[in-house]
Structures are given as C-alpha cells and as structure tokens.
Design a protein around this ligand. Structure first.
Ligand SMILES: [Zn+2]
Length: 330
C-alpha cells in the first residue's frame, strides 16, 4: 500500500510537472551541448532530439528552472572516458564539470535503461549539484532524486526494492552510501534502497522537500540541518521510521505475487544464473591465460620491454570496483 503511495507520489510529481508544461515557456530547460565522434553521430542526434519536457521532473525536484548548459560527451566503450565508469554503467555524470558521459554501445542493465532515460538521470545529477551550490549531497539522496527524475518506475524496481528491504540488514542512510563503492550487486542494492528512501520521504514530506533541502544547502547549511529546516523532522530519526514502515511482508505481498512480478522474477533469475555461469567461465579463462603467460615469460623473457598495464584489459570480475575513485556518479 505504501509502496503504491510512493509510486503515486512520484507519478503525481511527474504529472504535476507535465501539467506545468507552461513552465517550460517561462523557464529554460537545460541546453544539452553534445559532443561525439563521427562513428557515434546517430546517438548524438538522438540526445539532441530529446524533448525538453523530459527534464521537468529534475527541474521541479531540484527547484532549478534555469539550470544552464550541460555538456554531453558520447564515447565508445573502451575509450579512456568509458573506463572511468564500472563496466556495467552505460553513463555517468561529473557534476562539478557540468558533464554527462554516455557509453551508448554498452548494453544497459538495471537501473539503466534506454538512452533518453539515462540522459534524464545523469542530467538530474548535474542539476542537483548546481542546486546545492556545489556542496556535497549524500549519495542516496542524489541517486534517489535522479531515479525519480529519470524513467518511470517499472515492476523490476518494486521487486528489487522488496528484495533489498526484506532480505538485507536495516541499513542507515550513510551505510547505503558506502554500498555504492562496492561491487555491482552492492550497487544494485544501494540504488534500490536510495530510491525507496527518497520515495518514502517524498510521500511523507511532499514533493517540495528535495528542493527546499538543496536551497538551504546552497545557503551553507549542512545536509542534516537543511533536512530538519525543510521538513521539521530530525534527519537522524528518518531511517528508523523508514524501516519500521517498510519491513512488513503484508506490505509487499500484493506486489511480489502479481503475475507481472512473478514473470519478471523468472527473467531476473535466468539472467542471474547466466551471469554466474559466465563469471565462472571468465575466471577459468583468466586462469588459463595467466598460466600460459607465465609459461611464455619463463621461455622468452625480454628485460628491456616496457610493461603496458592497459594490455591486461578491462575485462574480469564485474564485482570488483576500480581502485581509482573518479569524482563521478552514475
Ligand atoms: Zn545516478
């Protein structure tokens, strides 16, 4: 019931934004400045053709009605820019640089979807950064906002949320932020919980609380203080309230037992099994390759040859996050 409330709140927000279509006339949606190599020109055109109305939810949530230019760089998988993102991400934002990087040749995996929705999500990160005056917003807030401003919710979102809420530990908001730095499954759980937290807060404090928080942060208040000022409720109590209201099987039963959910679960399980099998195969191939390389090195060791770390390749364990932590969100 409350899951539905969250969805309604998000829909209401988007619906309100759509009703306020006239706002486009009096405000200026972000102008996308797209860069792409000739081989990816078709993707660049797709981005350029995006309806500015698509950015209204992000503008409404952040309270930025004249957000300025956003640079969108379309790049190929394997490029230097693409390797900054985890192998499963099709896009990321560098909000401080007002830049979104798209890797359209990668296959989208949850929570990423089609190109237009991904652009909306990443642009929302840039807008949140600007609305907060460049101050650090918690990652769960940033992702929750971007997901609410991105694509409409689908049954897979509900299923992943149910899984994260019912099977995992009762994480506090800061602990969810830490999950984003883990592997892919941790990140998926973090996305699901961020969306759940954000939706829950939208339902309880109204659709204007995110922009009120951001405005206060831009004026110099730390997040917790801005939250209290915007909602009248101490932030430290909120995660307790969330878990109390969310963790009941009755709440999720109608959703997880719906026909659509059962079919989605079957598809997800099949994909998961496929991924596990592929992971095993990759590990085995990597072991053989390493053994072969070691044997070759023993036979023909050339001491003057420079070592090229890039030759080791980006492939490997998808659950291993890169060591370097670039200043980006995806
Ligand atoms: Zn994101």
């Amino acid at each position: 019931m409350e899951a539905l409330t969250t969805r309604f709140a998000t829909r209401l927000l988007i619906g309100t934004a759509a009703l306020l279509g006239a706002a486009v006339a009096v405000s200026a949606p972000p102008r996308l400045v797209v860069e792409a190599p000739p081989s990816l020109a078709a993707y660049a055109r797709e981005v350029e053709r995006l309806d500015p109305v698509a950015f209204l939810p992000a503008m409404e949530l952040t309270g930025l009605f004249d957000p300025g230019d956003v640079r969108v760089v379309v790049t190929a998988d394997g490029s230097a820019l693409a390797t900054r993102a985890p192998s499963w991400a099709v896009a990321y934002a560098v909000p401080a640089e007002g830049t979104v990087v798209l890797i359209p040749t990668r296959t989208p995996a949850w929570p990423d979807d089609g190109l237009p929705d991904v652009v909306r999500h990443e642009v929302a990160h840039v807008l949140a950064f600007r609305a907060a005056g460049g101050r650090h917003v918690p990652r769960w807030f940033d992702e929750g906002l971007a997901m609410a401003a991105g694509r409409p919710r689908v049954i897979e979102d509900d299923l992943r949320e149910a899984l994260a809420v019912l099977t995992g530990p009762r994480l506090r908001f800061a602990e969810v932020d830490a999950l984003f730095g883990g592997g892919r499954s941790d990140a998926n759980r973090a996305y699901a919980l961020s969306s759940a937290f954000f939706g829950d807060l939208l339902a309880r404090h109204g659709s204007a609380w995110p922009k009120r928080v951001l405005r206060r942060m831009a004026a110099g208040e730390p997040f917790e203080e801005a939250f209290r000022g915007a909602t009248g409720v101490p932030f430290r109590d909120e995660s307790g309230a969330f878990w109390k209201s969310r963790r009941s099987v009755e709440r999720w039963l109608p959703i997880v037992t719906s026909t659509a959910a059962v079919w989605t679960a079957i598809v997800l399980l099949t994909l998961w099994a496929f991924r596990v099998a592929r992971g095993r195969q990759r590990r085995r191939l990597a072991e053989w390759e390493a053994a072969e390389r070691a044997a070759l090195q023993e036979q023909t060791l050339e001491p003057g040859l420079p070592e090229d770390a890039g030759d080791l390749g980006p492939e490997g364990n998808e659950d291993r996050e890169e060591i370097q932590k670039p200043p980006l969100v995806h």
